[in-house]
Design a protein around this ligand. Structure first.
Ligand SMILES: NC(=O)c1ccc[n+]([C@@H]2O[C@H](COP(=O)([O-])OP(=O)(O)OC[C@H]3O[C@@H](n4cnc5c(N)ncnc54)[C@H](O)[C@@H]3O)[C@@H](O)[C@H]2O)c1
Length: 317
């Protein structure tokens, strides 16, 4: 898979979004050739958009994956592009179907149309949400998808397309299913940055339901390393969960943040009505990925404190 000097030509989609931009940054540092295709929606980071342009091994194409007219030459496509926020999918599910399902179908077709020897490998970034929740234990990659909300359903649909393009057309694929990511410069609609944005301004964070819902939290740099492990060593047409070790209830995240922002718990959060379709607990078995040599390295409390201390709520205004 690796070309001369280990350099790859990598096509990243959604590389201005939260996880994609950290992946692009790392690929540039590793001296791969990177083409980044991004439509630049509300979640795209304009600061990194300009910063990346200074790298000689990087180029940017502003385009929609659902209407892209041709696929640039590449060894591998890593598809991060998506509508990614569950709450938005509950009020406007069509946009999610267009990007997350038809967009993936379109990319798969562009890859399939290449001459056999020139066909790139296709790596789909999926999510733990495709499995739905689990009261005890952990989902492994053989479990059937059972999504609970429109976002998760579109991601599950995309996974089915990827699996069928592998089987029917012989495309070389992987599916990667990470859990909740956190890290610097995440768009302030997700729990941690949204809470930081409110606490920075002395306003209480918002918790759905009673705040007891558990998520498995994974630092974005650990996710980037996981994707690179699959790029380098993943078995063809194999799904990889990426979980990390840490299950935390949403309310416990707020307890940490309240301490960092020096707010008493009584003023640090307020409860709102539960989100419809709410999943209670996610948990993944990622031993398949760990067998490739990957393990999470970032320590949650320390990283969370650093995010809270350096949070810049003006970045996405
Ligand atoms: N953030 C998480 O916690 C998490 C967890 C598991 C899986 N994922 C998955 O990882 C991927 C990246 O998530 P994220 O949090 O970085 O998302 P994000 O919303 O921060 O970024 C998405 C990026 O995709 C781009 N995009 C959206 N629609 C597009 C289109 N039609 N064509 C081209 N570009 C388009 C946006 O402009 C944006 O830059 C998604 O596929 C998501 O489902 C995210």
């Amino acid at each position: 898979m690796l070309g001369a000097g280990g350099r790859l030509v990598i096509l990243v989609t959604g590389g201005l979004g939260f996880i994609g931009k950290h992946f692009v940054q790392r690929c540039i540092e590793l001296n791969h050739w990177v083409t980044n295709i991004d439509v630049v929606n509300y979640a795209a980071d304009r600061v990194v958009k300009d910063a990346f342009e200074t790298s000689a091994n990087y180029r940017f194409i502003q385009a929609d994956i659902a209407t892209l007219d041709h696929l640039p030459e590449c060894d591998v496509i890593v598809n991060f592009a998506a509508e990614s926020h569950v709450d938005n999918s509950i009020v406007d599910n069509e946009r999610f179907c267009v990007t997350n399902v038809l967009g993936v179908q379109h990319l798969l077709e562009l890859a399939r149309m290449k001459q056999r020897g020139d066909r790139p490998r296709f790596i789909q970034i999926s999510t733990d949400e495709v499995y739905g929740d689990i009261a005890e234990g952990a989902h492994d990659e053989t479990d059937r998808p059972c999504p609970s909300n429109p976002y998760a359903a579109t991601k599950a649909a995309a996974d089915m397309l990827v699996m069928s393009w592998a089987r029917t057309y012989g495309l070389d694929t992987n599916i990667i299913r990470p859990t909740n990511n956190y890290g610097p410069h995440q768009y302030p609609e997700k729990l941690i940055p949204k809470s930081c944005a409110r606490l920075t301004r002395g306003r209480p964070a918002i918790l759905h339901g009673d705040g007891s819902y558990q998520r498995c939290w994974l630092h974005v740099d650990d996710t980037v390393e996981a994707v690179l492990s699959v790029v380098a060593k993943g078995r063809p047409n194999t799904i990889y969960n990426v979980a990390g070790d840490l299950h935390v209830a949403n309310i416990d995240i707020l307890r940490h943040l309240a301490r960092f922002f020096e707010m008493p718990d009584s003023r640090a959060w307020t409860f709102v009505e539960d989100r419809s379709g709410q999943d209670h607990r996610y948990s993944l078995d990622d031993s398949r990925l760990r067998a490739l040599g990957w393990a999470p390295r970032r320590e949650f409390t320390r990283e969370l404190e650093s995010i809270a201390k350096t949070f810049d709520f003006k970045r996405f205004l």
